[in-house]
Design a binder for this molecule. Structure first.
Ligand code: ZN
Length: 105
């Protein structure tokens, strides 16, 4: 099972066409939040303390989230570069498939 086509929509979603004909639509935000890199997992286990007052976002974080590029990792995954500067995530085909199925519900 592998993606045969990747497209992005104006609504900031990734549309994945799979080799078995299934098509999945996943919002960029869901992909970003599902990142399984060491840094994101660490934040999930030990969330940083909420700052008092207004959070200060960097310019990149304040822009609407988009995917800047995706490139294949071997023949089993994609590395996704997000517009907020985060690019450590490796999304295996299995993960993308599971996320897509969760989004379809
Ligand atoms: Zn991450």
């Amino acid at each position: 099972m592998h993606p045969t086509n990747l497209q992005t929509t104006e609504n900031r979603e990734l549309v994945i066409s799979w080799s078995d004909g299934v098509e999945a639509t996943i919002p960029f935000r869901v992909l970003r939040e599902g990142c399984q890199c060491a840094g994101c997992n660490e934040k999930r286990v030990n969330p940083p303390e909420k700052p008092v007052g207004l959070p200060i976002l960097s310019a990149a974080e304040a822009r609407p989230l988009t995917i800047e590029k995706m490139h294949p990792v071997g023949n089993y995954a994609y590395n996704i570069h997000f517009s907020d500067g985060h690019s450590a995530g490796i999304y295996t085909f299995e993960m993308l498939r599971n996320i897509g199925e969760a989004c379809a519900k």
